[in-house]
Design a protein around this ligand. Structure first.
Ligand code: ZN
Length: 308
């Protein structure tokens, strides 16, 4: 069963590892061969900038990752750059869709021209922050009471004008509440349930409900730290069951975070094992519900707005 995965950090590895090969490099959780093996039909590739990189160098780093997306990912046979969501419906059987996202806006500083240039590269989803503070808002590891900054509203306006999906996965709580009524298209690309694992990267039930009320979906993340102590696939399924009970299973999907995570759960060590999760989900949910989580819910989400 095909999977649409809303988050991985392969681009970071492609710009930091020595002589990486996207096709089959075993150091990559989500290389081409593994995506194919795991029946990942479309993969979001995040541009992620390490906050340790000086501000003045960050935009260049974004460009390096976009360049790696072109020279490594898109140069690999069968990879297709998705710049219109409708392309997801026309991929040939051997093709895999590659979607760009921006994980945090720190690299743009206070310059909308930089954001515009990044969007022109074909970015389809934008997170306002990673875990730190930037000129736009405050990340999940900052004070939860600090909200969206004035420049953040300008950023949200530009994203709305260009029909970009705003990703709240790494935003702090007040930022989330401020963005919610402003965003035209909103999603949490890789977050779990705070009620099951109390981590600031996870969504409270209240946030999950409000997100879905505003047309958003929640894509669950495979990272053990956001699942719970000694996390197993069963524990990840507890998050899915919980959020399904809170917002409805038809609003859920997956965002693995492969290549952005330093540990994995057993049975989900890399993209090639992605079908294992679906197999276990079939013990709890109908085939139609599993198909929804795997890819169909996201396609329905696009039909409601972002894809048109
Ligand atoms: Zn992340």
């Amino acid at each position: 069963m095909e999977i649409i995965d809303l988050h991985c950090d392969v681009l970071l590895k492609l710009t930091t590892l020595e002589e990486p090969k996207f096709r089959n490099d075993s150091r990559l959780h989500a290389n081409k061969e593994r995506l194919q093996l795991g029946q990942v039909k479309a993969q979001v590739f995040a541009i992620f900038i390490d906050p340790e990189i000086p501000q003045s160098m960050q935009f260049l780093e974004v460009m390096r990752q976009i360049e790696a997306f072109h020279t490594q990912v898109l140069q690999t046979e069968g990879m297709v750059h998705i710049t219109e969501w409708s392309q997801l419906d026309t991929l040939a059987p051997h093709e895999i869709g590659a979607i760009l996202s921006l994980e945090g806006c720190s690299a743009i500083g206070e310059d909308l021209t930089k954001l515009s240039a990044i969007l022109d590269a074909g970015v389809m989803l934008v997170g306002l922050t990673w875990n730190e503070e930037n000129a736009v808002a405050y990340g999940a590891e900052q004070d939860a009471s600090l909200g969206l900054k004035p420049f953040g509203k300008e950023v949200v306006n530009m994203l709305n004008e260009r029909d970009i999906i705003i990703d709240v996965a790494h935003l702090n709580e007040q930022g989330f509440w401020d963005v919610l009524p402003l965003a035209k298209h909103i999603i949490a690309s890789h977050s779990n349930a705070r009620a099951i694992c109390d981590h600031p990267r996870n969504l409270t039930d209240q946030q999950a409900k409000a997100l879905v009320e505003h047309g958003g979906h929640i894509h669950l993340v495979y990272y053990p730290h956001f699942i719970g102590d000694n996390a197993t696939m069963d524990d990840l399924i507890e998050h899915i069951k919980h959020l399904a009970s809170v917002v409805g299973i038809e609003h859920l999907g997956v965002g693995s975070d492969f290549d952005g995570i330093d540990m994995t759960i057993k049975g989900l060590a890399h993209a090639g094992e992605a079908q294992n999760l679906l197999e276990m989900l079939r013990e709890h949910f109908s085939d139609e519900e599993v198909r929804g989580i795997a890819h169909n819910n996201f396609k329905q989400y696009l039909k409601k707005g972002a894809g048109t």
